[in-house]
Design a protein around this ligand. Structure first.
Ligand code: ADP
Ligand code: ZN
Length: 553
C-alpha cells in the first residue's frame, strides 16, 4: 500500500523489494483487477462494497476501455477514478473545471492515503515546475488539471513523458453546448488524449442526464466504444417538501427551522443578492452563526464565508446559486430554497447538495405566487447577443418558459414530488411505488405542522416515511436512535471538529456523518472493530483511530 507522504527514495526501495515490480529498473505492476479495486476501496476509503455502477465503470477502465458514468450528485463518481489511481501504475490525470476545489480534493485524497497533486494557475511557475518534476519521479497517483492546461506545449511534453494510465474527465457535460456550463477548452481534451504516446482509457463523469448531452460527451470527447453507466436519479435519503408560504411567514419559518437544527449544517438558497443579505442579517440578529455568499461580495468575503461553512464554524450558509458548484461538503443536512429556481435541473442540483453522505437529509422549497411573477420577469429580461435573430430569441424565451412551467408544476404538485422529479429526468418509473411516502405531497406535511414538531438531531427531524425509505435503501440501520445515541453522536462530532481543526482539513474529510452514525450504532471497542465501520480505512485508523476509540469507551 502506498502512503501520501512517503519520500520518493523509500517508495522506490519498497517497490524494488517486491518482485512483481522490477522491469529493467522501471516500475511496472501486474494488471490490476476488480478484486484489487475492492481491496483498495477498503484500505483507502474504508468501504466494504462498491455502490451501484462504480464497479462497472472501474471494471471497464481496468480492462482498458473507455467509460461514461452518469450519476446524480452524491452517488460517488470520484471513487470511479480515485480507486483506479490507487492501484494503476503511473499518474491518473483528472481534467476538472473546478480550480478552487482542487486543493480540497487533494487533501481529501491524502487523508485516504492516495498521493494527489494539482497543476493550475494558483501555483507560481516555479511551483508548477516542481510539481511536474515530482510527478516524473513518481511522487503522485493523481493529478488534477484545468482543461486550458492541455493546450500548453510545456504540459504536453510533460504528459508525453510521465506515463498516464487513465484520463478522467470530471463534469464532462461541460463539453456540450446544450448544457449550462459549456467550456470551450473541453473540446481540446480529445486532441490531447490522442497526442499521448499510448492512448489511455478515458472515463467521463457527469450528473447531467439528458440524452443530447450524453451523446455530445461521447462524440466530442472522442470516446471509443465506451461502457456507459447511467444510474437512477433517485436519492432515497432526501425527503422533499414544497410549501406555499408568503415571504413574511417564510422568515419566521426559516429562523425556527435553522434554530431547531443548530447542530447541523445547511444551505438556504435565495434568488436575489438583496434577499441573501437581509436573511443572513436577520438570522445573525437571532444569534445564529450565519455565512452569506453571493457574487456581489468581495473574493475575500466569499472565501471566508465558504471556509466558515465548510469547517462547520457557521452551521448555515445563505447564498444565491453562485454558491455550490463543486462544493462537496458531504454532511449538509438540509437545503432550503427561498423562492423558485428557473428550472427543475437547477432545483435538483441545489437540493441535491444535501445528504451526499447518504444519511437522511431534507429539502424544502418555499414559494408563493409572487415568486412566480418574479421568475417570469427574470425570463422577460433575458439579455440576448445582438447577432441573434428575432426568431432565435423567441425560441430561447419559449424554452425558458417551458422549463419554468415544469418548476412551477413541481412546486404546486399534489402528487408525489419524488416521482415527479424522476419522471422529469426520464427515469423508468416501473418498479417505483406510486407514493414515496416521504415527500410533503405523500405525507400531507405542511409548513405549520412542521414548525410544531419536536426536533432532535437528524433522526428526530425527519418523517418516518423518509426514514423508512432510507432504511429500505440500506442507508441506515432500522433501530431508532436513543437520546444516548444522539449524545454520543454529538461527542464524536465535537471530536471530529477538534481533529479537523488540528489537521487543517474540513471535518467531513476526517469522517463523514454516515461514518459517525455507524460508529454510534456499532460501538466498536477495538481497532479491528473500528475497521469494520464503513468509512474507516487503514490510513484513517492509523491517524484517528485511537482518539475515536477513546471517546467510544
Ligand atoms: P459525486 O462526485 O458523485 O457527487 P462523491 O464522489 O463526492 O460523489 O461521493 C459522495 C459520498 O459518497 C462521499 O462521502 C464518498 O466518500 C461516499 N462514497 C463513495 N463511494 C462509496 C461506497 N462505495 N460506499 C460508501 N460510500 C461511498
Ligand atoms: Zn412522495
Amino acid at each position: 500500500m502506498r502512503h501520501g507522504d512517503v519520500p520518493f527514495v523509500s517508495l522506490y526501495a519498497d517497490a524494488r523489494a517486491d518482485p512483481r515490480f522490477l522491469l529493467e529498473g522501471k516500475l511496472a505492476v501486474a494488471q490490476p483487477t476488480i478484486a484489487d479495486a475492492r481491496a483498495a476501496l477498503r484500505d483507502h476509503f474504508g468501504y466494504q462494497s462498491f455502490r451501484p455502477g462504480q464497479d462497472t465503470v472501474i471494471g471497464a477502465v481496468l480492462a482498458g476501455r473507455d467509460a461514461v458514468a452518469v450519476m446524480p450528485t452524491g452517488a460517488g463518481k470520484s471513487v470511479c477514478y480515485q480507486v483506479p489511481a490507487a492501484i494503476m501504475d503511473g499518474l491518473v490525470l483528472v481534467v476538472s473545471p473546478l480550480i478552487s476545489l482542487m486543493g480540497d480534493q487533494v487533501r481529501g485524497l491524502k487523508e485516504a492515503g492516495i498521493r494527489g497533486s494539482y497543476l493550475n494557475s494558483t501555483l507560481t511557475p516555479l511551483q508548477q515546475e516542481v510539481v511536474m518534476a515530482r510527478a516524473l519521479a513518481n511522487w503522485y497517483d493523481v493529478m488534477y488539471v484545468a482543461p486550458e492546461r492541455l493546450r500548453e506545449p510545456r504540459f504536453r511534453s510533460f504528459a508525453a513523458q510521465v506515463g498516464i494510465p487513465l484520463v478522467a474527465v470530471d463534469e464532462a457535460h461541460c463539453v456540450s453546448q446544450w448544457g449550462q456550463d459549456f467550456r470551450p477548452a473541453y473540446r481540446d481534451i480529445r486532441g490531447f488524449v490522442d497526442s499521448l504516446p499510448q492512448r489511455p482509457p478515458v472515463v467521463a463523469l457527469t450528473a447531467t442526464a439528458t440524452a443530447k448531452v450524453r451523446q455530445d460527451v461521447v462524440a466530442l470527447l472522442g470516446l471509443r466504444d465506451p461502457v456507459v453507466q447511467v444510474n437512477g436519479f433517485d436519492r432515497p435519503n432526501l425527503s422533499l417538501a414544497s410549501f406555499e408560504l408568503t415571504p413574511k411567514r417564510r422568515q419566521a419559518w426559516v429562523a425556527n427551522y435553522v434554530r431547531a437544527h443548530a447542530d447541523q449544517s445547511g444551505i438556504v438558497y435565495c434568488t436575489t443578492r438583496k434577499k441573501v443579505d437581509e436573511l443572513a442579517e436577520a438570522l445573525r440578529e437571532q444569534g445564529i452563526l450565519t455565512a452569506a455568499y453571493h457574487a456581489g461580495h468581495t473574493a475575500e468575503e466569499r472565501a471566508e464565508a465558504q471556509r466558515a461553512f465548510i469547517a462547520d464554524d457557521a452551521p448555515v450558509m445563505v447564498a444565491t446559486n453562485a454558491f455550490g458548484m463543486g462544493i462537496d461538503k458531504s454532511n449538509v443536512r438540509y437545503v432550503i430554497n427561498w423562492g423558485l429556481p428557473l428550472s427543475l435541473e437547477e432545483y435538483y442540483q441545489e437540493a441535491g447538495r444535501a445528504g451526499r453522505d447518504g444519511e437522511p437529509a431534507e429539502c424544502y422549497l418555499l414559494w408563493s405566487k409572487g415568486d412566480i411573477r418574479t421568475c417570469h420577469y427574470l425570463i422577460d429580461s433575458t439579455e440576448f447577443a445582438p447577432e441573434l435573430t428575432q426568431e432565435a430569441c423567441q425560441t430561447v424565451l419559449a424554452n425558458r418558459e417551458r422549463l419554468l412551467g415544469e418548476m412551477i408544476g413541481y412546486a404546486m404538485s399534489t402528487s408525489c414530488l419524488r416521482r415527479r422529479i424522476l419522471r422529469y429526468f426520464g427515469q423508468d418509473l416501473s418498479g417505483v411505488p406510486q407514493e414515496c411516502g416521504s415527500c410533503s405531497a405523500c405525507t400531507g406535511q405542511t409548513a405549520d405542522k412542521y414548525l410544531q414538531a419536536p426536533s432532535r438531531g437528524t433522526f428526530g427531524a425527519i418523517g418516518t416515511g423518509s426514514r423508512a425509505q432510507a432504511v429500505g435503501a440500506g442507508y441506515v440501520d432500522d433501530l431508532p436512535p436513543t437520546d444516548e445515541d444522539e449524545a454520543l453522536f454529538q461527542r464524536l462530532r465535537a471530536l471530529r471538529k477538534r481533529l479537523a481543526d488540528e489537521a487543517g482539513v474540513p471535518p467531513y474529510i476526517v469522517f463523514n456523518d454516515a461514518t459517525l452514525r455507524a460508529m454510534v450504532r456499532m460501538r466498536p471497542q477495538t481497532e479491528e472493530e473500528l475497521l469494520q465501520v464503513p468509512g474507516v480505512g487503514t490510513r484513517k485508523l492509523e491517524r484517528y483511530g485511537s482518539a475515536f476509540l477513546a471517546e467510544l469507551k
